[in-house]
Design a protein around this ligand. Sequence first.
Ligand SMILES: [Zn+2]
Length: 150
Amino acid sequence: MATKEFKPKLAPEHCRFRLKVRESKIHRWGVFADEAIPPRRRIMEYTGEMISRRETKRRADGQELIYLFTVDSYWCKDGSVGGSGAEFINHCCEPNVEARVVDRRIYYHSLREIAAGEELTIDYCFAKDVEKHVCQCGARNCRGTINLLK
Ligand SMILES: [Zn+2]
């Protein structure tokens, strides 16, 4: 269960639509649309501290909750440091949001129309050769793991 002391927040300067963070059925916290979002629109930027491959490995080691987004083969962004709130967007095997990396900045776009009140989700696409994470997204085509199968 989510702890009461911790209050996740969104940075409005990185959001182009009205969004809210609240408890999610998928996992802990989630980000929800607070107004309808048309398809193929930039919703928000994923911000965080830019860290090297070595530092990424150090931070990921043994952590249960990590907010790391792989930018390229060397850099990662750690959303737990200076994150816009995009780091609270949960994984789903049938997502309504996708990430686009442009000049090492990460932008989240809508894949389809998202209704007010709907939770935003993205496919984390964890590599198949790293530790397996069970998925409980509840989508019809859920692959059972957050990792890619191939
Ligand atoms: Zn799933």
